[in-house]
Design a protein around this ligand. Structure first.
Ligand SMILES: [Zn+2]
Length: 89
């Protein structure tokens, strides 16, 4: 029996990673989880896209950079539109 089959798998996380980060509200390192919301800021022709994280204990938020000073045309269109749709503001 010969088995030359090639299997390809694509593994995608079901949710954003949790991170350990210093929290100014708690005064120590705590776990932050993703809120699922983005913040998009346009500055001339460049945009910044952040994913908003939140301390699990005190809900202090921080922004994690996804794209920094990028021309929106260089960001995959689906990704850019999705981040605009989930812009928390
Ligand atoms: Zn905190």
């Amino acid at each position: 029996m010969c088995s030359n089959r090639k299997y390809e798998y694509r593994i995608e996380p079901a949710a954003a990673f949790e991170i350990l980060r210093y929290c100014a509200g708690c005064g120590r390192k705590t776990e932050y989880c993703s809120t699922g919301n983005f913040r998009v800021n346009a500055n001339g022709r460049k945009v910044d896209v952040w994913l908003i994280y939140q301390c699990k204990k005190c809900r202090h938020t921080c922004n994690l950079t996804v794209y920094e000073r990028r021309n929106p045309t260089t960001i995959p269109q689906k990704e850019y539109e999705a981040s605009l749709a989930f812009d928390g503001e």
